[in-house]
Design a protein around this ligand. Structure first.
Ligand SMILES: [Zn+2]
Length: 324
């Protein structure tokens, strides 16, 4: 593709529930050094988040000896309002509204494009991962929350305002009725995400091993998994978690019937043996199981996808996906 005198670089930003990552990304998919900041520790207000993003982008744009960047791409945990370029009422951040694209565009005079982080993850898999070119793929991340991004028929499914495929808020249980950060009950994320697993473990133990709760229970997901690995009496919890994960996966397959499902997120990468196999055993048998894999993009899929989305928007990579 003839790009004239353009630099082929964009600035990519990934705004997660806990961390902000920024990097330069080239049209080839080459990713520059990644800068990482702790959002939770640094930001007390929504304006703090906007300022932190602007400072991180400004630092990359101001690097000496770097080619000028052509645009800014941002992946963020939703919900989003794509029409105004803002994060709105996120269950994982205590702010009503965080303006992103407006302040970035005004400050740096570059086009800025916002995308749901799981949509970005899906895009990275079909653009830069080993499954590049796959037309029907669902990307599912299990981290602080649970989310999904969908490529269907070669198109990114964004929904009306950018919040399609919120798989973490699909209902997967009517027994324990756990509350979700969104205000709903029984949602996948409330049981099987990094924030949900300790809560589900406590509820499961209270229900099935009454008396054990007074001994003190693990308060973080790594502690829960350590306890489960060390103690046979918690085997039932792993099964209950597998049932929840299988319900979520079955819902996703029923909705989209992808050829490939790619799991991502630190929980999956570190505890795949406890999560993936047991989930597949419990998945609804009437569904044809897609190919299942774990992302090989080393946790950078949302960042790479923010870059891919933006490179497509400004015409620096081709239009395999018509909605790019
Ligand atoms: Zn929810």
């Amino acid at each position: 593709m003839d790009t004239g005198n353009r630099s082929n670089d964009v600035i990519a930003v990934d705004i997660g529930a806990t961390h902000l990552r920024t990097a330069r990304i080239a049209a080839s998919g080459r990713i520059g050094p990644i800068t990482r900041e702790n959002l939770r520790e640094t930001c007390r207000t929504a304006d703090d988040v906007t300022r932190l993003v602007m400072a991180a982008v400004g630092a990359l744009l101001g690097e000496q000896d770097s080619a000028p960047a052509e645009a800014i791409g941002i992946a963020a945990a939703g919900p989003l309002d794509l029409s105004s370029g803002a994060i709105v009422q996120s269950p994982n951040m205590p702010f009503e509204r965080i303006d992103i694209t407006g302040p970035l565009g005004d400050a740096y005079g570059l086009p800025a494009y916002l995308l749901n982080d799981c949509s970005a993850g899906a895009l990275a898999e079909v653009r830069f991962g080993p499954l590049r070119g796959t037309a029907d793929l669902v990307y599912i991340t299990i981290s602080t929350g649970i989310g999904a991004g969908v490529i269907a028929g070669g198109r990114l499914v964004t929904g009306h305002r950018g919040n399609a495929a919120e798989a973490g808020h699909m209902c997967v249980d009517t027994t324990y009725h756990l509350s979700c950060g969104c205000g709903g009950r029984g949602h996948w994320e409330a049981y099987a995400s990094g924030s949900g697993i300790p809560v589900f473990f406590r509820r499961w133990t209270e229900t099935h091993l009454p008396g054990h709760t007074r001994l003190g229970l693990p308060s973080s997901t790594p502690e829960v998994f350590d306890a489960v690995r060390d103690n046979e009496k918690y085997a039932g919890f792993l099964d209950a978690l597998a049932v929840i994960n299988a319900k979520g996966l079955s819902n996703v397959i029923a909705a989209y019937e992808p050829e490939q499902i790619v799991f991502d997120g630190p929980l999956v990468r570190e505890h795949a043996d406890l999560l993936i196999g047991p989930m597949l055993e419990r998945t609804d048998r009437y569904l044809a199981l897609p190919e299942i894999s774990i992302s090989s993009l080393e946790g950078h899929a949302p960042l790479l996808g923010a870059g891919a989305h933006t490179l497509g928007k400004i015409g620096l990579i081709g239009d395999m996906h018509r909605t790019l």
